[in-house]
Design a protein around this ligand. Structure first.
Ligand SMILES: Cc1cc2nc3c(=O)[nH]c(=O)nc-3n(C[C@H](O)[C@H](O)[C@H](O)COP(=O)(O)OP(=O)(O)OC[C@H]3O[C@@H](n4cnc5c(N)ncnc54)[C@H](O)[C@@H]3O)c2cc1C
Length: 406
């Protein structure tokens, strides 16, 4: 039963991994939770490379059913501009390429099994307030019939758009420097060794990379992301810039295995690679997952972070319901835990991203030639000093570019 005077204890906007993870935990604690998603079919259309490391799945004690997994991933092949590659197999690089549509639906079903209500094709169009405080949302079902639903706590798990979080006063606008613009094909046929492949180089993908994430039946997600500020948005205005689709087509044309492969699916997308929001909570309101810009600035991965955020937010929201205290001070506990944990790692990754974008292809070739898998592990864990010292010892002129990491 929801608190007296309300339809639900918590309303969550968005049935992506953040929203449905939060709903699963809250409903499991006996809270009355509603998740709404504007999509007609949860998980679809897919706009994602579908790569997921095993860390968060293990941490949340989830057992992925076979229909959500396309391929097991045993490691990563990282390729320098000159073609030299490092194969990197360890805890940082094992996981899966998902069938994301099935994965999102499965997470939603787990929440429903725990007692949450999940409604697709239901768009939140506004917040409602009572005595100046948020106490629910206005929704449109099937594009019509606007009506109000009340709860003392509303959560934005809206992903990149985050319109409702903006209405709640959060600065969810993205600047071009802090997003990557992406294009991806699903291609077939592609032979692989259960490795994700990442290709770097300023010619290939300025301030970004190409990914090949293998899927079952010799399919692969082949995509490219580049800095949003380098993208040619305004062709008519004569602004020179890059086009992720053109760059991806160039890359594919030079790959013997891909150049004649079929393209079964096309899509473009934008992902946040900057700093998270400067605050995640307000009285009666929380922002989680990609809506809070909680995305890895190096590779643009946000599924695991969304699930982690959903878990952290659920614990604090549960306590807030039990204590009937939805003040921003009470909800801030979630933000505090996030910033002390994943937030610290994200800070380091953002610093690394900003350093890497100043390196030439020649510098990247040198670095790939010098570092080992062990160094890559250290870098991904935010321990930069050892690998930086190694690189600078052989190429002192890189000290200026890398000193922020030392
Ligand atoms: C090209 C591309 C490739 C990517 N590849 C990867 C990858 O390989 N691995 C990885 O980890 N991450 C990847 N990401 C990022 C990843 O997709 C997101 O970070 C992740 O989906 C975030 O989960 P979320 O639950 O926070 O938000 P989302 O999954 O975006 O879910 C938000 C949901 O909210 C709903 N919604 C929004 N507004 C409203 C509203 N007003 N009313 C109702 N519903 C609403 C949306 O319909 C959506 O279903 C990629 C992103 C892009 C663009």
């Amino acid at each position: 039963m929801a608190k007296e005077g309300f339809d639900y204890d918590v309303i969550i906007i968005g049935a992506g991994p953040a929203g449905t993870t939060m709903a699963r935990i809250l409903a499991g604690e006996g809270r009355d939770v509603l998740v709404v998603d504007k999509r007609k079919d949860i998980g679809s259309p897919v706009r994602c490379g579908e790569g997921l490391g095993e860390r968060e799945v293990v941490a949340q004690d989830l057992d992925l059913p076979k229909e959500v997994i396309s391929t097991d991933i045993l490691g990563a092949k990282v390729v320098a501009p000159n073609g030299k590659s490092i194969v990197w197999k360890d805890k940082n690089t094992t996981g899966w390429v998902l069938e994301r549509k099935m994965f999102d639906k499965w997470l939603a079903e787990l929440a429903v099994h725990k007692g949450a209500e999940v409604h697709a094709y239901t768009r939140v169009v506004d917040l409602i307030k009572k005595d100046g405080k948020i106490n629910g949302v206005t929704v449109e079902h099937s594009g019509k019939d606007a009506h109000e639903i009340t709860a003392p706590l509303v959560v934005s798990a809206e992903g990149m758009e985050a319109h409702i979080a903006r209405k709640a006063g959060f600065n969810t606008v993205h600047n071009l420097y802090d997003v990557d613009t992406c294009y991806q094909y699903e291609m077939q046929e592609y032979d692989h060794e259960n490795l994700i492949e990442l290709y770097f180089g300023n010619e290939i993908a300025p301030r970004g990379y190409v990914w090949i994430f293998p899927k079952k039946d010799k399919k692969a997600n082949v995509g490219l992301g580049i800095g949003g500020n380098l993208t040619n948005w305004e062709k008519k205005g004569g602004v020179k810039g890059a086009d992720p689709k053109v760059l991806l087509d160039n890359f594919i044309a030079n790959q013997p295995q891909l150049k004649n492969a079929s393209k079964l699916l096309h899509f473009g997308g934008i992902i946040s690679v900057g700093a998270p929001l400067d605050r995640f909570v307000e009285d009666n309101f929380m922002v989680i997952g990609t809506a809070a810009k909680q995305v890895d600035p190096i590779h643009g991965g946000g599924i695991a972070l969304a699930m982690e955020s959903g878990l952290m937010a659920a614990k604090i929201a549960n306590a807030a319901v039990l204590e009937n205290n939805f003040s921003k001070q009470r909800l801030y506990e979630y933000e505090k835990i996030w910033r002390a944990g994943p937030g610290k790692k994200m800070e380091k990754r953002l610093m690394l991203r900003k350093v890497l974008e100043h390196l030439s292809d020649d510098d990247l070739n040198y670095i790939f030639n010098t570092i080992t898998q062990n160094d890559l592990d250290k870098v991904m864990d935010g321990q930069f000093a050892g690998p930086v010292a190694k690189v600078v010892a052989g190429r002192p002129q890189l000290l200026g570019a890398l000193k922020a990491l030392a």
